[in-house]
Design a protein around this ligand. Structure first.
Ligand code: GLN
Length: 493
């Protein structure tokens, strides 16, 4: 087995046993990046030299018998909206194309302290606004299962990096599905943790009441390793939860007996691709065969979730993005007056989806419309949260599709923003409720594309989600879920 084929947990074991060096591991992934990334475009800024430096340092420390973190020497890729000191962080936007943060996000500090080599910063929709990675100001990322399709978004680069073994682990961010939907389109495991469980300090803000950093990995255990590192209280993030974090790696006993499981009616809807809903229902019956109590459950407010989200997220975005004025940092255009300079900076710096959100949000927050739109959306959000609280009195776990369809074609939805927004319909209510939500592979569609299912639990029960994911991994080995990409060096796939 080649080094890049291993899970992060296995690499951790091999490194600790000194059977391999981190430099060898990093070289193995860099070779993959060299071979695949010219075609897939998962990385905005690859950082091979930085990765090799960290790897060499970790190897030396290990030789000196220093006590090391289990993930020391295991490389990682990071979405390009997570601030990295002295390394540009673009948010896939022209506005931040040359922006070099003066500080590290808390999660980056975690990775650095653990000695994890950074392979690079991954592509995304501009400011994380989108569901396909086509809104990147630089280039779209391609789905490795079918190059004519999108990888999902906005964490598309991170999902592709993990699914093609260009990185064993990746960080992403999820505001309304941006980890879970690309995970499902690429056949990997993507966790959106409970709101507040992982520090967002240094995550470039899109919609602050919804933004959450999370993981993209091949297996539940790999997710657990990464969560052990990044979860926890951070005084630098005022929304961070003060609770102690459990040992997430204690998730490999996949006992589902007695688990009360609700199949969310709205997320196995008749309007969805039939094979996707069948895969979810098959997974539910597998749980039942293993003596979980499975019933259907309705979350009727799901129908209003999308509308509420597409008012709340743009409203918060319009406020958060006010800081890109050409004065403080980032792109700055010339102008004959200050106003002209602001307007040209923003006009030239932002792409069309970002501008659309700023306009919707500014409108929804303006005097006279605030009550009718923003406030109304916030009330719907509260009702949605109450719905979840009520449901979790009777259920431990909710299950449904991660997306109504497998990956769609590049260009298929770009002309119709509403169609694009609808692709998040399964993910958004979990985000509005602030609950942990995990997308795991659910099988392969007859088109050859992966499908995902979404597992949801009440706040802080990430470990339960990972246990159930481990249960499904017994049925379907995640290592077998790799896209077949036959590449000749420098040639086309
Ligand atoms: N696709 C959704 C949007 O465009 C969610 C994005 C995200 O989670 N960052 O807003």
């Amino acid at each position: 087995m080649k080094l890049y084929e291993h899970t992060a947990a296995e690499l951790s074991r091999l490194l600790q046993a000194k059977e391999v060096s981190s430099v060898d591991v990093v070289h193995s992934f860099l070779e993959r990046i060299g071979l695949f990334d010219p075609h897939l475009k998962a990385f905005i800024t690859p950082t091979p030299l930085m990765a090799l430096d960290t790897a060499a340092e970790v190897d030396n420390r290990r030789m000196r018998k220093e006590k090391m973190h289990p993930l020391a020497g295991v490389p990682v890729a990071v979405k390009d909206n997570i601030s990295t000191r002295d390394l540009r962080t673009t948010c896939a936007s022209r506005v931040l194309e040359n922006y070099v943060p003066p500080y590290d996000a808390t999660v980056i500090g975690n990775l650095r302290n653990a000695g994890m080599p950074l392979l690079g910063k991954t592509n995304m929709d501009e400011f994380a606004m989108g569901s396909s990675t086509e809104n990147s100001a630089f280039f779209p990322t391609r789905n490795p299962w079918d190059l004519s399709r999108v990888p999902g978004g906005s964490s598309g680069g991170s999902a592709v990096a993990v699914s093609t073994a260009m990185a064993p682990l990746a960080l992403g961010s999820d505001t309304g599905g941006s980890i879970r939907q690309p995970a499902s389109f690429c056949g990997v495991t993507g966790l959106r943790p409970t709101y507040g469980r992982v520090s967002r300090y240094g995550l470039i803000a899109f919609a602050s009441s919804l933004d959450q950093i999370g993981t993209l990995t091949l297996t539940a255990l790999d997710c657990a390793f990464l969560m052990n590192l990044i979860a926890g209280y951070d005084p630098l993030d005022s929304t961070s939860l003060p609770q102690d974090e459990p040992d997430y790696t204690d998730c490999t006993d996949p006992e589902v007996k007695g688990l009360r499981v609700g199949v969310i009616k709205q997320n196995v809807s008749a309007g969805f691709d039939r094979e996707v809903t069948d895969a979810v229902l098959k997974a539910a019956s597998l749980l039942e065969k293993n003596r979980a109590e499975v019933t259907e459950v309705s979350l009727p407010l799901t129908d209003y979730g999308l509308g509420a989200y597409y008012l709340i997220a743009p409203s918060e975005a319009s406020s958060n993005l006010g800081r890109y004025d050409g004065v403080r940092y980032g792109y700055s255009a010339e102008g004959s007056s200050v106003e002209a300079m602001f307007s040209r900076t923003r006009g030239e710096g932002f792409g069309s989806e970002v501008k659309r959100r700023i306009m919707i949000g500014t409108y929804a927050l303006s005097a006279g419309y605030y009550d009718a739109y923003y406030l109304q959306a916030m009330k719907v959000r509260t009702l949605i949260r109450h719905d979840y609280e009520a449901v979790f009195k009777n259920f431990d776990l909710l299950i449904g599709a991660s997306s109504p369809t497998p990956a769609f074609k590049i260009g298929e939805k770009t002309a119709d923003p509403l169609q694009m927004y609808l692709s998040d319909v399964c993910n958004i209510t979990d985000s509005l409720a602030g609950v942990p939500s995990l997308s795991v592979p659910a099988g392969i569609h007859s088109s050859g594309l992966p499908m995902g299912m979404q597992l949801t639990a009440s706040p802080l029960r990430e470990k339960l989600l990972l246990k159930v994911a481990s249960f499904f991994e017994q049925e379907r080995d995640p290592l077998s879920l790799r896209p077949q990409l036959e590449l000749s060096e420098g040639g086309s796939p």
